[in-house]
Design a protein around this ligand. Structure first.
Ligand SMILES: NC(=O)c1ccc[n+]([C@@H]2O[C@H](COP(=O)([O-])OP(=O)(O)OC[C@H]3O[C@@H](n4cnc5c(N)ncnc54)[C@H](O)[C@@H]3O)[C@@H](O)[C@H]2O)c1
Length: 267
């Protein structure tokens, strides 16, 4: 029987996450093969052995089984529906795109039309596997508390009135729903949206954001209660070697998902 392996993967993105994914795939050529990557004009050299292409049609002409978006929310917005409409599964790491209800609906509708799947890796969060299982019965409460050094929040609309450099102790800069958090703190939208998709949705997931001068890493604490019992999971994330804004674990979560799609034993 034809196993369909290696899985033919196309990347959208040529940055820090694409580098980790390419490195892993090149080490497992019997299971995973990258056919090409779409980048921006400034992406001059491929981060792997695969070719860089300039537009989506050239990428889809490589007949991938799966497109992995590891670029930007805008890339999911611009290219997502075309990928799914072509009947090709789409893995999305810029999950914050799903905080926009119109885009969320467009992507799901395209997936139904194209008989394709949208796959969301856990990214920088811990506990999403258990939360997804817990959500199959009653979930009463889901929350996310994100703690980052003050300057990590700089530029967000939600801190326009706060002098981040003047903070002397841990300060709560936001409490509200995941949807509002994603709007006012776009850089936190990925984790807020990923948690919401696994649990209670954007409007019932509670988010607290903390600017902490004593924090040396970004941390995300997930709490949940429901018929399953209680969940508490915290991750203190190390940055990627070549992009301090991206947690290294997010790249690994894509790699793990690719392994689960192709491994003999998928745990
Ligand atoms: N889900 C999570 O928990 C999580 C965690 C970390 C990062 N992320 C997201 O992953 C994405 C990639 O992160 P990274 O560290 O690799 O970023 P990066 O800046 O290192 O690389 C991004 C790459 O995508 C390309 N790109 C950007 N917009 C594009 C577009 N419209 N079309 C094609 N290519 C485009 C860039 O040129 C670059 O090659 C970001 O959106 C980031 O927010 C998600």
């Amino acid at each position: 029987m034809d196993s369909g392996l290696p899985l033919k993967i196309a990347l959208i993105g040529n940055g820090s996450i694409a580098t980790v994914v390419a490195h892993h795939c090149e080490g497992a050529p019997d299971r995973l093969h990258i056919v090409g990557a779409l980048g921006l004009p400034e992406d001059l050299t491929s981060v792997g052995q695969h070719p860089l292409v300039q537009d989506l049609s050239a990428l889809l002409a490589e007949m991938p089984d799966l497109v992995v978006e590891c670029a930007a929310q805008e890339a999911a917005q611009v290219h997502g529906t075309a990928v799914l409409d072509s009947g090709i599964d789409l893995m999305v790491i810029s999950v914050g795109a799903f905080a926009d209800p119109i885009l969320h609906d467009r992507l799901e509708t395209a997936a139904v039309r194209g008989k394709a799947k949208i796959i969301i890796p856990a990214g920088a969060l811990a506990g999403l596997d258990a939360l997804g299982a817990a959500a199959l019965d009653t979930l009463d409460y889901v929350s996310l508390t994100t703690r980052k050094p003050p300057l990590s929040w700089a530029g967000a609309p939600g801190v326009a009135d706060i002098d981040l450099l003047a903070l002397r102790g841990a300060t709560t800069i936001f409490e509200g729903t995941a949807r509002e958090a994603a709007r006012r703190f776009p850089k936190n939208a990925n984790v807020a949206a990923a948690l919401a998709l696994s649990g209670l949705g954007m409007d019932a997931t509670q988010v607290t954001l903390i600017a902490d001068p004593q924090a040396s890493r970004n941390s995300h604490q997930v709490e949940a209660r429901g018929a399953f019992g209680r969940l508490s999971a915290t991750i203190e994330a190390e940055p990627s070697p070549d992009n301090p804004k991206t947690s290294y674990i997010a790249s690994l979560s894509i790699v793990r998902m690719l392994d689960r799609l192709t491994a003999q034993l998928a745990n």
